[in-house]
Design a protein. Structure first.
Length: 98
């Protein structure tokens, strides 16, 4: 996906309503999961990302600091995020216990 024309969102614009359901793309621009919920706010915010699921089965939820993602909105208004992390790095994170 070409993200060059997407509008970057500022930290002050990020909250659970905006982020919930947003797809996360890894450093190869491949979808690795979606944001299930958030913890905290501002620079200390962490996003809980469901990774490795297929048709809602398997996988796990991991926490990623908001500072590790670049959140943007595409031409249709859909919010998504990219990261420089690899799929392997994300999937290797410890499971988030809710």
């Amino acid at each position: 996906m070409d993200h060059t024309n997407h509008t970057r969102l500022e930290l002050s614009e990020l909250d659970e309503m905006t982020l919930e359901g947003a797809t996360i793309y890894d450093n190869a621009d491949e979808s690795v999961g979606y944001i299930a919920h958030v913890h905290g706010s501002g620079a200390e915010m962490q996003v809980a990302v469901d990774v490795g699921t297929f048709l809602g089965m398997g996988g796990k939820t991991v926490l990623i600091p908001v500072s590790a993602i670049d959140v943007m909105q595409d031409e249709d208004g859909d919010v998504h995020a990219t990261t420089t992390w690899t799929r392997e790095e994300i999937e290797a994170l410890p499971e988030h216990e809710m």
